[in-house]
Design a protein around this ligand. Structure first.
Ligand code: SDX
Length: 475
């Protein structure tokens, strides 16, 4: 029998699922669920709205009804009965694992949690002064070096670090310019590294997916610790992916409830169709660059406040509003400025985001149990703002809370700092990114859309000395 309070979490999810099923008219958007015969006609708006980039069996976002499906399973059911490791296996392999497959997969994931070289190298950077997603992206690049031998396929020997002391430069003839650079970088000693290049370590193979799912989590946790002035914590092989993430982030083993809620949050963020960061990842991979570069571009795209960066902005917005009494006035002013309200709206959902349907009640559960009265106040601000937005923009423009609206309250109740909200989004989405890259590479075609040229034609070249000055050319 699961720990009683984790059963409460399952009940919250099932209740949200029931509410959704009562409120939405299920149905498939035919245009997005029928196999296509290329080339196809589709109505495309700015920002590739409505464009069909490829076929996929990995996940489906039903925007009109507000449903999210991973490989045929409703995300509500996966949150209620599965876990992030199993969902990652499902996204990558296309089916739920057998007991033997799952045991082997989890063992692999656990082994890839240990990335000492990556963490040690990361610690030589001023991570505490960097944007947390910039640090995460740096770390995912360092993972590439730790896990794949692709840079060494040409057997490029590994030069020792630049020697910096006087002895390395014969005093009487200090080399200058290019000679110096060659001297410094190659003072004769060349150490051989293990250059065994194998498919197993191919930087776009299955193992790289597993390595990135575990490695990005380890890097995110290390970034968090360093930004708080602490040393990174080594992974605990006994803990689940979610529990180990919380442990490495906070330095303490999570309760069963915290573990369960983090696990649900990771499931909810794992995949979401062709969102900007997934598309960025696929574009990079479609050039036959590798998964590490591709995930680095996914992290970069996710960072934006219009995308994954919104979760951190939501918390700052709620803190700025401050109290329930300020919501009305704040919202009126935001509306008059036509501000984008963080945590609301979606390119695809024109109904309530099913992920917000789960994260909202989980946030409520956590704030009601929290000693920190401030989190309860912020939650009340959030629900008051939600009411105002849904009653206005929800009616006028089908704008509802999205996944980022409540996730920050959930994370902060579990002791996670706001600058780690988006990295945690990436920790989860790396499963969706890598699954979709693997799937697309099976039938790869480099992404290369067109732009409509609306510029001029047939201009004659005017030499510089014949060009008339412009008012803005200040002397
Ligand atoms: C994620 O794609 C994905 O699936 C992403 C994601 C995932 O899991 O990967 O779901 C995760 O990124 C969620 C979204 C997080 N971002 C935010 O919460 C930022 C606030 N949201 C908006 O910026 C916006 O809703 C977007 C970016 C999410 C979607 O933008 P679109 O589809 O380009 O819509 P738009 O900007 O063209 O807006 C259409 C209309 C405009 O009004 P008009 O000019 O037609 O009068 O809706 C309005 C917008 O002003 N509008 C909003 C609004 N979002 C859209 N008005 C106020 N507040 C908002 N949040």
């Amino acid at each position: 029998m699961p720990h009683s309070s984790t059963q409460e979490i399952t009940d919250i999810i099932l209740k949200a699922a029931n509410k959704a099923r009562q409120e939405i008219k299920p149905g498939q958007e035919k245009s997005f669920t029928n196999p296509v015969k290329w080339p196809i006609d589709c109505l495309v708006g700015p920002g590739l709205e409505g464009a069909i980039a490829c076929e996929s069996e990995i996940g489906y976002v039903n925007g009109s009804s507000g449903e999210l499906i991973y490989r045929g399973y409703n995300v509500f059911d996966l949150c209620a009965y599965s876990n992030f490791e199993e969902v990652s296996y499902l996204l990558i392999h296309g089916h739920l694992p057998t007991a033997v497959q799952f045991k082997k997969f989890k063992k692999d994931l656990v082994s890839y949690r240990f990335v000492p070289k990556t963490i040690r190298t990361l610690m030589s950077f001023p991570v505490e002064e960097m944007n947390s997603m910039a640090a995460l992206r740096l770390g995912s690049n360092l993972l590439r070096r730790e896990f794949s031998y692709v840079d060494q396929r040409t057997y490029r020997p590994d030069y020792p670090p630049i020697s910096s002391d006087e002895d390395s430069i014969p005093m009487e003839t200090r080399p200058m310019g290019e000679k110096h650079a060659i001297y410094e970088f190659n003072n004769g000693k060349i150490t051989q590294r293990n250059n065994k290049f194998s498919e197993l370590n191919s930087p776009s193979g299955l193992k790289s997916c597993y390595q990135l799912i575990s490695g990005v989590a380890a890097v995110a946790a290390a970034v968090s610790r360093m930004r708080q002035g602490h040393l990174p914590i080594e992974a605990d092989p006994e803990l689940s992916h979610a529990a180990n993430l919380l442990y490495m982030l906070t330095g303490r083993k999570p309760t069963a409830v915290e573990e369960r809620i983090m696990d649900v949050a990771l499931i909810l963020h794992a995949d979401h169709g062709m969102n900007a960061s997934t598309f960025a990842t696929m574009v990079v991979a479609s050039t036959l660059s590798d998964l590490y570069f591709a995930v680095g571009s996914g992290i970069a795209a996710l960072n934006g406040p219009l995308h994954g960066g919104a979760n951190e902005q939501v918390l700052h917005m709620l803190e700025k509003i401050g109290s329930v009494n300020n919501v009305k006035d704040w919202y009126q002013k935001a509306r008059s400025r036509k501000d984008k309200i963080m945590g609301f709206g979606h390119r695809v959902y024109k109904a309530y985001d099913p992920r917000a349907r789960v994260l909202g009640p989980l946030a409520k559960y956590l704030v009601e149990k929290s000693e920190n009265k401030r989190s309860l106040e912020l939650f009340n601000v959030a629900t008051e703002l939600e009411k105002k937005v849904v009653d206005t923009l929800g009616v006028e423009k089908k704008i509802f809370p999205n996944v980022d609206f409540y996730s920050g309250i959930v994370y902060s109740c579990m002791g996670i700092p706001a600058d780690l909200f988006t990295p945690i989004f990436a920790v989860s989405r790396v499963s969706g990114w890598t699954s979709r890259v693997l799937e697309y590479l099976k039938n790869n075609r480099i992404f290369r859309p067109r732009a409509v040229y609306v510029g001029q034609f047939d201009l004659d070249y005017v030499p510089l000395n014949k060009r008339k000055g412009e008012k803005s050319d200040k002397k």
